[in-house]
Design a protein around this ligand. Structure first.
Ligand code: ZN
Length: 263
């Protein structure tokens, strides 16, 4: 960790708010991961400030494939991403049908290339570059995207706007996951749905691979969810869980999927 990185303390547990009693889980370079002894939520108590995230750890940079990835890995990845896309499309089709959909942490908006045109895409992203690309992409389809922290989602988009929201590979990055979920609830219509995908910290693969587990990405995965803590934070933020069955949270999978609606 360089001396020029500005840091922010998250000493209070993002799920239960407890300020004390954290157990250290592991260190990766200077980054620490802890577990709250009150509610078992796993998080990084010290994170780079958002501005640093924008410039230094922008997700589009971290997600750029490195050239030396072996071919077999590339093939596995593309099969996996095909399955992921299908799951997102399946859930969208089943729970949101059509209309204005907000993608939180939208990146450059490429996700919507795979999504049919009966959905009007809106986005919010902390990376200036990504948000601008998404804006250009989404405006072609009648939507737009803005560069802002997702905690401002209600302020930026107003109440009862969206029929749905996609939080795919997003909540693990968010410094204030509870506050974002709360604000987002107000931006949804009363029967709106959110589709969440996050790494599954309870996966067996995490236990086997240790620090090399794909769900660890320091310092930008600042939260780690188990099925238990994901359910807890979503319910606490005022949602009911619509879909989260054993297939959505298998211990053999590195990720989990959930659909929830505002109460
Ligand atoms: Zn806690």
């Amino acid at each position: 960790m360089g001396n020029d990185i500005k840091l922010k303390n998250r000493q209070k547990c993002p799920l239960c708010g407890s300020g004390s009693n954290k157990n250290s889980i592991l260190y990766f370079e200077s980054w620490e991961l802890v577990e709250c002894s009150e509610c078992s939520f796993v998080f990084m108590p010290v994170v780079p400030v958002y501005e640093m995230m924008k410039e230094e750890f922008a997700w589009e940079k971290n997600f750029a494939p490195s050239k030396d990835i072996r071919m077999s890995k590339k093939i596995r990845r593309s099969i996996k991403s095909l399955i992921k896309r299908n799951k997102l499309l399946y859930l969208l089709n089943k729970f949101i049908k059509n209309g204005e959909v907000l993608d939180i942490g939208c990146g450059s908006g490429v996700k919507f290339n795979e999504i049919p045109h009966n959905y009007i895409p809106y986005g919010i992203d902390i990376s200036k570059k990504s948000a601008l690309e998404a804006k250009i992409n989404f405006e072609k389809r009648g939507g737009t995207a803005i560069c802002a922290p997702a905690t401002d989602v209600l302020k930026e988009y107003g109440q009862s706007k969206f029929k749905g929201a996609i939080l795919r590979s997003y909540l693990e990055h968010e410094h204030y996951p509870f506050e974002v979920l709360e604000g987002l609830r107000e931006t949804l219509t009363s029967n709106g749905s959110i589709i969440i995908k996050v790494p599954n910290y309870a996966s067996v693969n995490r236990k086997i691979r240790g620090k090399n587990w794909c769900g660890y990405r320091f310092p930008d995965h600042v939260n780690q969810f188990t099925p238990y803590t994901l359910e807890k934070i979503v319910i606490k933020a005022g949602y009911k869980i619509i879909k989260f069955n054993y297939l959505d949270k298998q211990i053999t999978s590195d990720n989990m999927w959930m659909v929830a609606q505002p109460i």
